[in-house]
Write a protein that binds this ligand. Structure first.
Ligand code: GLC
Length: 733
């Protein structure tokens, strides 16, 4: 008898162990089942409370992001949909995930998110700098590393890429976007999404992307944060939506709704963009998370009388997940009872969130392996990418009499507040960045010129203030050198969220330091380390060379030294215009025509031309563009033609050159910008050699335009294909 009992017990244990218990294994737990079947099976099993908790995101860990303070949340419900994860080790995250998997009724994994904007621990150049590399493949690689490091810490979702087209460098968040042009933002958006998500998000080291801030945040009035925007439907479609459409088509799993009001309707209560465009027109099947507190903020924007109405408006507009303010948890059940939100919409919202979790494979691998830092961060290949990305993102703005590269120089002085500082190169939104990981300028120069040149250094002054006590030492060091490198700029914290500035000047004390050093008569190379375009006319007058180094991450100093020594040949070109002065803002290349010609409509006190235009950047090589040709000057919709230009490297030095292809529709029933970027390509051209660049023109895609409903159309008539100062007319017949 005993034997039989043991046998029965053993059999039962085996059945349970191999899931052969009498109760059939639920479909949602069956990894081989179709994801939609798993989603529907799970939603049908959930209680209302479980559904509502899936629509909420709390924070885990003490949030140190200045604008979004959050305490270590202790009372986290195990059924919570998502957590913003502010720690940098996996065990806390795994412990929380274990509670969700084992203590909740259905074992739905939590989605852990974080702002991984330009690297996780291996910090890359800020996105605005990366855009100046015109190297989407390199940016994809950098994004892939960011995903691997974030994944290794248990982050499965990043709130990036930010693709808010912006033309106002007073706005601190220009650092996070890919510049002033819709096409540029669209190309880099796709590269970043691919880097994060790969082809299958369930693979190891893949994280879900989040396109933000949907939509038009870059149009914030006067460059200030959280303020209204005035965006016509026409401009919404031709300027601000294209990068998001590209990201959705590239498979981005999520989007984040923005804080601002769009011509009277807050983005986070905007049914048109959140549902009619995103879900109905673009068929996006992932989900939208609100920005931090954007739901409850609808009260401040004059849209909602109270929190409950704010909840109703945001939810019914099409925001599936509520970040940090817990409005959905507080009010959705009540709103359902009152018939102000529909249970169908709750179910659909939960489906969208679960779909992303299934696609990430979170049900199959809810935990992340806890590895030593040495196996996760700052890996050799990751650092190589960091240096290459920095070198290709920096832009040579001036190089009078070829003062650069610095070769066979006896003594080089490296002076200024950025010279020995490493923190600033990290920029803002640095995720888990650490200053000790950075190779700054002085260290980079000492390594680069070891055994070749003597490096002297002096700080000279702080980033701001009136203390000139360091000037004398700086002048002394300058006099004792053959060339002076003056390292000026903004702190990393001076750009980013809630960092609008009324002027884009570099603080006066720094300009005065430059004047004092320049007065020594030594050749002067100025390095500009900022997170935004800045005012350079006065600096330009005192510099023989200017290198815009941006905030370029952990290998900024290596890249800078490599560029100054000629180990790298500068190839960066501006993805955002540098205004001549703050008073010119907004100034950008793809503006529409003015009504008058000549000097009518231009400033009377300053030039109306920018200091450095979009796509401007110098190289140590010299490139000669051959004649621009087209395979045919006539084409119909559905046909393709191509334009070509051959570029010769007339120097003795191999160089990377980016050709930017613009189109212009001189006359159209909806007026077009004076020119629009529609393609770009970067290639190596060896010294003395020729390389041909080709632009395959798809008329509707490349020559067409959109109307205020977002409908693409192609007018017949003349178009111009433009490269450099050349332009060739073609005709759609
Ligand atoms: C912030 C930002 C957003 C960020 C979020 C989470 O307020 O606007 O870009 O992803 O909160 O930190």
């Amino acid at each position: 008898m005993m034997k039989l009992k043991h046998l029965a017990t053993a059999t039962f244990c085996l059945m349970v162990a191999f899931g052969c218990s009498s109760e059939k294994r639920p479909i949602y737990k069956d990894a081989s089942a179709d994801i939609e079947a798993r989603v529907n099976d799970l939603v049908n099993r959930m209680t209302l409370e479980e559904k509502i908790l899936q629509l909420n995101q709390y924070v885990l860990g003490v949030n140190t992001v200045e604008n979004n303070f959050g305490e270590m949340v202790k009372d986290i419900p195990v059924e919570i949909g998502s957590l913003i994860y502010f720690n940098d080790h996996a065990e806390v995250r795994n412990a929380m995930q274990k509670k969700a998997m084992e203590e909740s009724r259905l074992g739905i994994p939590i989605l852990f998110g974080h702002d991984v904007i330009h690297g996780y621990r291996t910090t890359y150049p800020i996105p605005l700098a990366l855009a100046c590399s015109w190297n989407p493949e390199l940016v994809r690689q950098a994004s892939e590393v960011a995903a691997q490091e974030a994944y290794d810490c248990g982050v499965n979702w990043t709130f990036s890429p930010m693709v808010d087209v912006s033309r106002d460098p007073r706005w601190g968040r220009v650092m996070e976007c890919f510049g002033e042009d819709p096409y540029t933002n669209a190309v880099f958006c796709k590269a970043v999404v691919k880097g994060y998500q790969g082809d299958d998000m369930s693979e190891k080291n893949r994280i879900a992307a989040c396109l933000k801030h949907y939509v038009g945040y870059g149009a914030s009035e006067a460059g200030r944060d959280y303020v209204p925007t005035e965006i016509s439907d026409q401009t919404l479609w031709d300027t601000y939506l294209p990068p998001f459409e590209a990201g959705v088509k590239a498979g981005a799993a999520t989007l984040m709704s923005a804080f601002h009001t769009i011509s009277g309707i807050p983005a986070s209560a905007n049914h048109y963009i959140l549902t009619e465009v995103l879900k109905e027109k673009w068929q996006h099947d992932g989900f939208v998370v609100s920005d931090w507190g954007a739901v409850e903020q609808l009260r401040y924007q004059g849209m909602a009388e109270d929190e409950k109405e704010a909840t109703m408006l945001a939810f019914n507009a099409g925001i599936e997940m509520d970040m940090a303010d817990r409005m959905y948890q507080k009010y959705l059940a009540e709103l359902l009872e009152e018939g102000k939100v529909d249970m169908k919409l709750v179910d659909e919202s939960v489906r969208r969130i679960l779909r992303v979790k299934f696609r990430l494979g979170l049900f199959e691998h809810p935990y992340v392996e806890e590895k030593p830092e040495s196996e996760m961060y700052l890996l050799p290949k990751s650092l190589e990418i960091a240096e290459k990305a920095a070198a290709e993102s920096m832009v040579l703005l001036k190089n009078e009499n070829s003062v650069l590269p610095l070769e066979n120089v006896g003594t080089i002085a490296v002076i200024g507040p950025v010279a020995s500082d490493s923190t600033q190169h990290l920029g803002n939104w640095g995720a888990r960045a650490r200053a000790e990981d950075v190779i700054g300028i002085v260290q980079g120069m000492c390594e680069e010129y070891a055994g070749k040149s003597k490096i002297l250094t002096a700080k000279g002054c702080d980033f701001e203030g009136n203390d000139k006590s360091g000037f004398a030492e700086a002048v002394r060091v300058a006099k004792a050198s053959d060339v002076v490198v003056v390292c000026l700029g903004h702190k990393g914290s001076w750009s980013g969220e809630n960092q609008s500035r009324s002027t884009i000047e570099i603080p006066k004390i720094q300009e005065e330091l430059l004047s004092a050093v320049e007065a020594t008569g030594k050749p002067v190379v100025v390095l500009v380390t900022t997170g935004r375009p800045v005012e350079l006319p006065r600096i330009e007058q005192k510099a023989d060379a200017i290198l815009q180094t941006w905030h370029s991450g952990v290998r900024a100093g290596k890249a800078i030294a490599g560029l100054l020594s000629g180990r790298y040949n500068p190839s960066g070109k501006l993805a955002m215009t540098f205004p001549y002065s703050t008073g010119q803002i907004p100034v950008y290349y793809n503006r529409r025509h003015r009504a008058r010609t000549g000097d009518q409509g231009l400033y009377k006190d300053i030039t109306s031309e920018p200091m450095y235009p979009f796509a401007y950047g110098l190289s140590y090589s010299t490139f000669e563009y051959g004649k621009l040709t087209v395979s045919s000057d006539k084409l119909k919709e559905g046909e393709t033609i191509y334009a070509e230009v051959t570029v010769k490297n007339t120097s003795q030095r191999d160089g990377l050159e980016t050709v930017h292809w613009f189109v212009k529709d001189p006359y159209s029933h909806i007026t077009r910008p004076v020119k629009e970027l529609k393609y770009f390509e970067k290639k190596l051209i060896k010294a003395g050699e020729n390389v041909t660049f080709r632009f395959e023109i798809n008329p509707l895609r490349d020559l067409g335009f959109v109307n205020r409903e977002g409908k693409k159309y192609l007018d017949k008539g003349e178009y111009r294909i433009m490269v450099g100062d050349q332009s060739v007319s073609i005709y759609v017949i």
